[in-house]
Ligand binder design. Sequence first.
Ligand code: NDP
Ligand code: 8X3
Length: 251
Amino acid sequence: MSRIALITGATSGIGKATAEVFARSGINLVLCGRRQEKLDEVSRTVSSQVRVTTLVFDVRDKGAVLAMIGSLSDEWKNIDILINNAGNAHGLGSLDEGDTEDWDAMIDGNVKGLLYVSKAVIPLMLERAKGHIVNISSIAGKQTYANGTVYCASKAAVEAVSEGMRLELTQHGIKVTNVAPGAVETEFSLVRFKGDESRAEKVYQGFDPLQASDIADAILYAVNAPARVTIADLTILAAAQSAATVIYKKQ
Ligand code: NDP
Ligand code: 8X3
């Protein structure tokens, strides 16, 4: 089989777009997410181009992560590329008023979930002395903004994990790429604002936001770089965005 990529958060947004872009490049796919019906939809879209299998689990559930990835057949365990993409922001508010369940969702999903998936996949890469891990961080991992403190902290942790992984894994032939997008129009804001569509839409109004495919194209570039090249860190902003909270919007 040609290359295999395992993508978390493949049901929507950046993960789904990465699945589509990878499929067009002949990369076989292990698609992961919590929503089976969405995974099936993405799987149907790409299955004429590459081989696909799906795994349904919540990245916060350590047992499920290890069991589901462990349940892959020997052939599918030959994972060449891991896209650690699953994650979300939950809420936007000050620490004193913040909902601790939102904090748990962000720290458990964006940080611990990424670690659990990596713990399941890294030994498979070490056995073959090759692999490429792409961690989806955020501009929020590089620049903290008020009312987003916990989300920003979770993404700052991803930045640290990317650095640590590169320090540990380079000697074993495993590349690590950290991708830090700015504002991408996906389900991200809908999740952050708990289904409030008009509030979510406003985030992307008045400028031309990044599309999920823009990030997917950059990920493909990183995983297709020559063997001698590691794309260590990519920060990708909309042309109208100059910092985490600075977006030039037309009135
Ligand atoms: P979406 O909401 O469109 O996609 C999030 C994906 O993550 C979904 O497929 C969702 O799948 C999955 N996911 C979320 N929580 C869990 C969980 N606990 N267990 C398993 N899967 C989970 O948003 P994006 O595509 O924008 O987000 C993808 C990544 O990009 C996230 O890490 C986000 O923080 C990051 N990012 C997004 C930016 C943006 O502006 N959109 C900017 C910078 C970074 P399901 O619900 O089916 O489980
Ligand atoms: C998502 C981008 O700036 O809304 O990570 O936090 S931002």
